[in-house]
Write a protein that binds this ligand. Structure first.
Ligand code: HEC
Ligand code: HEC
Length: 361
């Protein structure tokens, strides 16, 4: 629940939301689901401490040096649209890192990339109109598509914003200070090119049909991806099936979105219709399911031929995304702390018992 962003909403807007939920939403009597937050984050007391440390309770302060449109955009982007909840990296206590606004963050399975104005690491070379189109439809030909959490944000939220509000958000986001990652020398969407290697392999030993037990990357690509994205990776003419080169998911320094797309596919419905790609991460008994090793092979085939060949993925990377993404070091540490506590208590108990027995003798 991104209340950390909603806290900047004006009293008028919170009141309008209250009125809508109170009188516009039909009451349904069902028990709220139990939290899925892991221990110790599921304790309210730990959230209270966190809020004391990190929650900003001040309402939005307009910047008088900027235009009314920019201020409206910042108010929406930082508040209701909560872009930074996903796109800003988090520190050790899971707080959004001050000074690294919108420079890229992991959201469970998916990676919300750097969208600062840096031309290589961010979206500095997108026009404002392109950003508006992406937020409205979740698709920008030759650049990016929205799957996972971004697909949901577009489908359930951004596509319904008024034209003036999306344009205001784009104006603000385009002006966010650039943050550069030294591993990026060119924009994500410029990576890779068309490759006709598959055609040259067909009918040779490079692609065999009797090889189901130990498929190669090329065979997995031909069997699972080429039918939609085409054998040369250029997708379909109408752009419904995107090209795999000039695609930010394959040109990113972080390959998690390529892995997550193969595992979970894409399913996003907007006024432009449905964008649908099946996932290949089903149970091992599903006949379409691919193992972690196979996804790594297919993914690396895609990266080497159509994307950033310098970012290979391993079966361990796939397993981590399948488990729900990297876990916070804080969680690991608090669990180590709890485990250490348990060990200490057990040691004290053992000590007490041994002493009692000695005395008894
Ligand atoms: C719930 C999490 C979430 C929220 C909220 C969110 N994003 Fe995203 N965003 C993502 C993820 C995840 C991706 C990667 C999607 C993919 O590649 O399929 C993404 C991708 C993008 C991209 C494409 C970048 C590229 O190079 O591919 C842009 C632009 C973007 N988001 C802008 C925004 C803006 C602006 C907002 C706020 C108005 C926003 N996002 C809110 C999670 C989020
Ligand atoms: C049935 C057709 C189909 C198949 C098969 C298919 N895809 Fe896709 N793929 C799509 C569609 C449709 C989209 C989404 C287009 C959009 O978002 O507008 C997509 C999107 C993608 C994206 C971009 C995702 C993002 O978040 O930016 C990647 C990468 C991708 N596919 C790779 C693959 C790989 C690798 C395979 C094989 C393992 C594969 N696809 C198989 C139809 C398919």
């Amino acid at each position: 629940m991104p209340y950390t962003s909603y806290s900047i909403l004006t009293d008028d807007d919170v009141h309008a939301l209250y009125t809508y939920f109170r009188f516009g939403v039909t009451p349904v009597d069902v028990r709220a689901p139990d939290t899925k937050l892991p221990f110790p984050m599921n304790l309210r007391a730990s959230l209270k401490v966190w809020n004391l440390l990190f929650l900003n309770k001040d309402a939005y302060q307009a910047d008088p040096h900027q235009s009314a449109e920019w201020n409206r955009g910042r108010y929406l982007a930082q508040g209701a649209a909560h872009c930074s909840v996903c796109h800003t990296p988090r520190g050790f206590m899971m707080q959004e890192e001050a000074g690294l606004e919108l420079s890229g963050g992991q959201v469970g399975t998916w990676y919300a990339p750097n969208i600062t104005s840096d031309t290589a690491s961010g979206i500095g070379s997108w026009t404002r109109e392109e950003l508006v189109e992406y937020l409205r439809t979740g698709r920008l030909r030759g650049k990016a598509q929205a799957a996972g959490d971004m697909g949901e944000a577009v489908e359930h939220s951004f596509q319904y914003l008024s034209a003036a509000d999306v344009e205001a958000i784009a104006t603000y986001v385009k002006g966010v200070p650039p943050i550069h990652d030294s591993r990026d020398s060119a924009p994500r969407f410029t990576a890779g090119k068309m490759s006709s290697e598959l055609a040259t392999l067909r009918g040779t030993d490079g692609i065999r049909s009797d090889n189901d037990a130990h498929p190669t990357g090329a065979e997995l690509f031909q069997g699972n991806c080429a039918s939609c994205h085409s054998a040369q990776g250029q997708g379909s003419k109408d752009g419904y099936y995107p090209s795999l080169f000039h695609n930010s998911a394959t040109g990113s320094v972080n390959a998690n979105n390529l892995i997550a797309t193969i595992l979970y596919g894409v399913d996003r419905t907007t006024s432009k219709g449905q964008a649908y790609m099946p996932g290949f991460g089903g149970k091992p008994t599903d006949f379409t399911a691919l193992s972690d090793e196979e996804i790594a092979l297919a993914g690396n085939y895609v990266l080497v031929h159509y994307g950033r060949a310098d970012i290979p993925i391993t079966a361990q990377d796939v397993a981590e995304v399948r488990r729900g993404g990297p876990t916070s070091p804080l969680l690991a540490l608090s669990r180590i702390g709890i485990a250490a506590g348990v060990v200490i208590v057990l040691l004290i108990l053992a000590f007490v018992i041994v002493r009692k027995r000695r005395r008894a003798h």
